[in-house]
Design a protein around this ligand. Structure first.
Ligand code: HSE
Length: 300
């Protein structure tokens, strides 16, 4: 028996919701092919599309390591599986690349075991994959990758995950400037203490964004997409970040910001046309300052 699973890229934080908000897009994403085998244990047969960057050692690769963890948890450590991972999105881009691979693998193994766990129950396993990949088990990529749409992590301990509604035509314009920003480093550079007045601004915006999603109120969504805690520091790593923002807003973005820990940036838009215009304009700007980029226009 074998299964082929796609898991999507995700935009974590959604500007104001560091570690607590994220959404999934319809593309890009990663693909895992998994088959049951007579040989016990989890083997990683091949990885394509990673430019040789990912470990083939089944204990170090998040897909195989987490599949093994899952099998142990459901009491089936004797099961044999063979895995192929096909990376179809850039690594280290801030689009939840490690999360997409881990989630595709977890969904695959759970399906091959006749789905004893539901998608929400798979989230803690996927968080362990994030810990392996970047040193911290944040859920704002894996939860939306598993559940789709917009997701709020109301609490980490105990884990409390809520799927949020969102406007039907919401699109994302995503641009990945090809500069190196590892999540681990991008997390270490953030201040761990914040001023109360900044916290007040931030939770006002998080509540505003969530309300805007419920009310289909684009204005409210847009004015809530500001971040006084993380973006001022991380934006330094992104070439011409504030120029990119003003261009995106001028071209009709609802809101704009860093995707996850960067360097990708994203704009939310009311339709596909606007998203296409924004990616073209941002890529043009990056080209003028000699930065290569990739762009995706995706449905939320
Ligand atoms: N919330 C995480 C961070 C997402 O900003 O570090 C990483 O993709």
């Amino acid at each position: 028996r074998s299964i082929k699973v796609f898991a999507p890229a995700t935009v974590a934080n959604v500007v104001c919701g560091f570690d607590v908000l994220g959404f999934a897009v319809d593309q890009p994403g990663d693909e895992v092919i998994m088959r049951l085998s007579d040989k016990p244990g989890v083997s990683l047969l091949k990885i394509t599309g990673d430019g040789g960057k990912l470990p083939l050692n089944p204990e170090k690769n998040t897909v195989s390591a987490i599949a093994r963890e899952y099998l142990g948890h459901i009491g089936r450590p004797e099961v044999g599986v063979e895995i192929e991972l096909h990376k179809k999105m850039p690594i280290g881009s801030g689009l939840g690349s490690s999360s997409a691979s881990t989630v595709a693998g977890l969904f695959a193994i759970n399906s091959l075991m006749d789905s004893p766990l539901n998608n929400k129950e798979l989230v803690p396993f996927a968080m362990k994959g994030e810990e392996l990949a970047c040193g911290y088990g944040h859920a704002d990529n894996v939860a939306p990758a598993l559940m789709g749409g917009f997701v709020l992590i109301r609490s980490y301990s105990p884990l409390d995950i809520i799927s949020l509604p969102f406007p039907a035509d919401l699109h994302a314009a995503i641009v990945y400037p090809e500069v190196d920003v590892p999540t681990k480093d991008a997390r270490q550079m953030i201040r761990s203490k914040v001023f109360l007045k900044d916290a007040v601004t931030q939770w006002g915006n998080v509540a505003g964004l969530v309300s805007g999603l419920f009310m289909n109120d684009y204005e409210l969504i847009g004015r809530s997409m500001t971040d006084v805690l993380v973006e001022p520091t991380r934006s330094i790593l992104i070439p011409d970040f504030y120029k990119l923002r003003s261009q995106a807003m001028k071209a009709g973005a609802v809101g704009f910001g860093i995707s996850g820990s960067g360097p990708s940036v994203f704009a939310l838009t009311k339709d596909k046309e606007t998203a296409l215009q924004i990616t073209a304009s941002l890529q043009h700007h990056l080209k003028n300052i000699s930065i290569n980029s990739l762009a995706f226009v995706s449905e939320v």
